[in-house]
Design a protein around this ligand. Structure first.
Ligand code: SF4
Ligand code: SF4
Length: 105
């Protein structure tokens, strides 16, 4: 996680688009901490493709320590994960959930 196609249309809308900062020049990349903000804010296009338009992505799992994407953990044949930018850092470095990773919903 995560993509950056954010329309704030879900029941888990967590705040402002200002937290999305996918390509800020000059800032170091920050690791994904699994805070869940991006996925709970708005399911990504991969989620839309696999599950349709749901208020909460069914692939988002809480491990007890962080959120993970089940489609990344257990890839499904024919599901293109390229839009998730896995391993390319956090796309919402200013979101406050990064400072407190816990189960949110
Ligand atoms: S740390 Fe960033 S990329 Fe990872 S879940 Fe949170 S907002 Fe999304
Ligand atoms: S498919 Fe994965 S990356 Fe996309 S919203 Fe669901 S849990 Fe997040």
């Amino acid at each position: 996680m995560c993509d950056t196609d954010n329309n704030n249309g879900s029941d888990y809308d967590n705040g402002s688009d200002e937290f999305f900062s996918p390509r800020e020049p000059g800032l170091p990349e920050l690791d994904c901490l699994g805070c869940g903000w991006c996925c709970l804010d708005n399911p990504c296009e991969v989620s839309h493709t696999v599950y349709g338009y749901t208020p909460r992505c069914p692939a988002l799992e809480w491990t007890g320590a962080r959120y993970v994407c089940a489609l990344v953990l257990r890839p499904q044949q024919g599901v293109d994960l390229t839009p998730l930018f896995v391993g390319q850092g956090c796309c919402a470095r200013h979101n406050p959930w990064r400072g407190e990773v816990r189960r949110r919903g």
